[in-house]
Each structure stands twice: as C-alpha cells, then as structure tokens.
Design a protein around this ligand. Structure first.
Ligand SMILES: [Zn+2]
Ligand SMILES: [Zn+2]
Length: 458
C-alpha cells in the first residue's frame, strides 16, 4: 500500500471471527514493547502491553525481528483515517514463529500446507493482510480481498511494530522462509535455498508489501488486454487470441507502434518497486519501451535515478528511461507520442491530483493502474471524459500473498538495489530501535527520511 490522505473506505475492518477459544502462549514474557498510535493524531508512543496469545486454533504468534514503517501507516498517524481506537501500528514484519494454535500438526488434511508444515522456530514473513487460503477468493489468487481478511496495524488487527504479533489464519497467510518448498518460483529448489541464505532480513522484509505491490502494479499494466496490441504486434481484437488470423489486414505495424510508453506517477518505495518490476518485465520479454518516472520531490527523483543506475543492464532492457517532474513529463510524453499519450500509467500516489495527471497522460484505449490508497474526494473526472478516452482502470490493494512468488524471484534477481541499507540506491534508509520510533514517524511524515525499519529487540 502507498501513501494517501484517507483510507477510511478501504475496508480494513476485516470480518475475522471472534471465537471463545483461548490458548496460553507458553514460555513468553507476559509483557512486551509495542509502537502504539493514540487518537486523535500525531501521537505515537512506545508502550508496554500484554504479549499476544493464541486466541484461535489457526493463530500463530510471531516474534518480530524487523518491522517497517510504511507510507500507509501515515493515514492513521495524521488522523485522516477516521480511526479512534488505540492500537499497535505496522503491517510489514518478519520474524520467527514462537507459538502455534491447535490446528497445526504433522498431517492436516484438506487445509493449506502450512497447517502441516509450519513449526515453532520457523522464519516467516507476512503479507500485510491476513487471508484464509481456503476460500474461492483466495484460490483465485485475489488474497487481498479474502472475506476473512484483515489489515495488520489497523483497528481490526494489532500490527507488527511490536516485539510479538498474533497472526490469524497463519496457515493461509504466512510465508515460511525456513521451508522454501512451500512456494512456487522460477528458481530451482537448490537455487532458491542458496538465494535465501544470501538475503538479509531487511531485504526479505520488502516482501511484506512494497515489492509485491510494485510488481502487482507493473504486472497489471503490461498484461492488460488494452496493452496487447503493442506487446504482441497484433491489432485489436486479434491480439486477444493467438489463433485469430490477421491475414488480409491492410494495415501493418510500424516499429514505433510496438514501443510501450508508460508513466509511473509517484516515486516512493512502492513506486520505485513498480518501476523496477516494470523494467524487469520489459527486459525479460524484450519489449521496446519509453518510461517516464514522475515525482514532485527532487529527493525522490534522485533516488529513482540512483536506483536505475544501479540496476544491472540485464534488468532494464532496451528503451528510454527518464525521471522528471510532472510538467516536464507531460512535455516528454508529447515529444514521444505527439497527441497520443502513454499506453499505460502506474498511479502510485493515491491522490486525486495524481489521477487527474494520469488521465491527462494516458492515450485513448489506455490503462490506468492505481495501487495508491485513495481517500474521500470523488474521482476527478466525469463519465463523459472516460468515455471519450476509452480508459480502463485497475484499482486496489495488492494480493501480496498471491504476488509473493514473482516478488521473491525479483528480490533475488535485483539484489543490486534491494540488498542495501542507507546507500544512494537503497530503498531502506535506516534501521533503528523503538526508542527512535516516535521521532521516526515525525521525520518520515515530514519527508526528512526514507523508509525506516524498526528493530524491536535492540
Ligand atoms: Zn506497507
Ligand atoms: Zn480466503
């Protein structure tokens, strides 16, 4: 998820059932430290609260090794989210399983594999929302909207910026990094295992949200049916079916027609991950491209430039890549395409102004993919405007559980940018302890620091 002003309509109030079962969590100290938000706004406190316990047989308790601060934590921080409940913040965490409910065993029939394989001591990373892994919605891969889902670090579910966190439906939700055979990958089992030994925890933590969300945005854009004529070289509607003949068509494509022109609006951590994901797709599939990455802030543009420079040539293919502010970007797209506009736009801000700009930049029969969490203001265009441009939209939260396998593969491939901390091309600025949590929220909110990670036991 990415920064916006208000996500009260975003549905974080999951419908995870409250059950009467309670199981004592053995061997853990009764209290822990947690980063808590207090109403109405800008009030972050590090507090001692009871250590979470297993409440339902499907629960796991995770000892948090690292937890990240994310742009979307700022919705509540600023008091824009209509929340009045004190709660533990954070939806990005990595750690170790320290307790499991009674659903877990050696041979659990008919349930996700983790109910049989997850053990105390396993290293896990969690997607930012819970999902059951057992319903129609989860089976289709739309795990972000599981009817039993809930968002960590919201009034519905205590977050991961704590020494321990309770994970409901953990057998459907978690990724077991101690058992790489529990997810698919383009890498062989051996290569996956070898890669895992070389990945730092701060790098693996990107799999909780920012990397899958970025890959999700890029994937939706490049695979959208409206983009197919450009990437297949076959016109609409023959592009939709490989077996459809184009014999007899009078018009043939020029090389120019085959260039994918994409704008990425918003270069926070998710926007940068989306751009890296996009570059990887065009490089892998050898799609000629022109990409303009846009942000109003110079510091973010400089970060994007440093990231692009650090990416191995094999990860950025053959095309033009520029990083600009909005006015310069509009001029650049005009220069590239005349009056036509971009094939697709990745909107990674979550603000009406960004959507307006996306509409201006997109061509007719273009695609706007939006992974920004949008707030209360109405959509900044009329039905007539959308009709006039035949615009397609893809909105919404990333199914991070489903996107984990391709995100993991990209994390392994792109250690040239995802591996570092505090370098010009790093997405993570610093790792701090909880004593610096209050100040980190303040500085992050003011844009004085980039992505911050908390180390709860330091
Ligand atoms: Zn996040
Ligand atoms: Zn489900």
């Amino acid at each position: 998820m990415v920064l916006a002003v208000d996500c009260s309509r975003d549905g974080w109030t999951g419908c995870y059932p409250v059950t009467p079962h309670r199981f004592k969590t053995q061997g853990l100290s009764p209290n822990m430290q947690a980063v808590r938000w207090h109403p109405p706004s800008y009030d972050i406190r590090v507090e001692t609260i009871p250590t979470p316990e297993i409440k339902h047989p499907d629960d796991a308790i995770v000892k948090v090794k690292l937890a990240a601060l994310c742009g979307s934590d700022l919705h509540i921080y600023r008091g824009h989210a209509g929340v009045d409940k004190i709660h533990t913040c954070g939806h990005e965490f990595i750690g170790e399983v320290v307790a499991l409910g009674s659903s877990y065993g050696s041979n659990v029939e008919g349930r996700p594999k983790l109910y049989s394989t997850l053990k105390v001591g396993d290293k896990v990373v969690s997607p930012f929302t819970v999902n059951c892994g057992e319903c129609h919605v989860c089976r289709l891969g739309y795990t972000a909207r599981c009817p039993e889902g809930a968002l960590f670090g919201s009034p519905a579910l205590e977050g991961g910026q704590a020494q321990y966190v309770r994970v409901p439906k953990a057998g459907g939700t978690l990724f077991n990094l101690s058992n790489p055979d529990t997810w698919s990958s383009a890498l062989s089992s051996h290569d996956k295992e070898k890669a895992l030994t070389g990945l730092s925890d701060s790098s693996l933590l990107m799999l909780a949200d920012i990397l899958p969300t970025g890959v999700f945005a890029a994937t939706q854009a490049v695979n959208h049916p409206k983009v197919l004529p450009v990437v297949t070289g076959r016109p609409w509607p023959q592009c939709l079916s490989p077996e459809a003949t184009t014999e007899g068509n009078e018009i043939s494509f020029t090389p120019e027609d085959r260039i994918l022109t994409i704008a990425v609006i918003g270069l926070g951590p998710v926007g940068i991950c989306a751009t890296i994901g996009l570059l990887d797709v065009v490089a892998t599939r050898q799609i000629p491209y022109r990409i303009v990455a846009i942000d109003l802030l110079e510091a973010r543009r400089e970060k994007m430039k440093a990231v692009f420079a650090a990416i191995d040539p094999s990860g950025k293919g053959d095309g033009e890549f520029v990083v600009l502010d909005m006015d310069a970007a509009k001029a650049q797209v005009k220069k590239w395409t005349g009056a036509v506009g971009c094939t697709a736009i990745l909107e990674v801000v979550g603000h009406a102004d960004a959507l307006s700009a996306a509409y201006d930049l997109v061509r007719a029969f273009g695609v706007i993919v939006s992974v920004g969490v949008h707030g209360a203001p109405p959509m900044p265009f009329t039905g007539r405007q959308l009709y006039n441009k035949n615009v397609s939209f893809d909105f919404g939260r990333c199914p991070a559980r489903a996107m984990f396998p391709p995100a993991f593969d990209l994390l392994v491939k792109r250690q040239d940018v995802f591996g570092g901390v505090g370098q010009p091309a790093s997405l993570i600025d610093r790792i701090v302890n909880f004593e610096e949590a209050t100040e980190s929220y303040r500085a992050f909110d003011k844009g004085e620091v980039g992505k911050v990670i908390f180390s709860p036991w330091k």
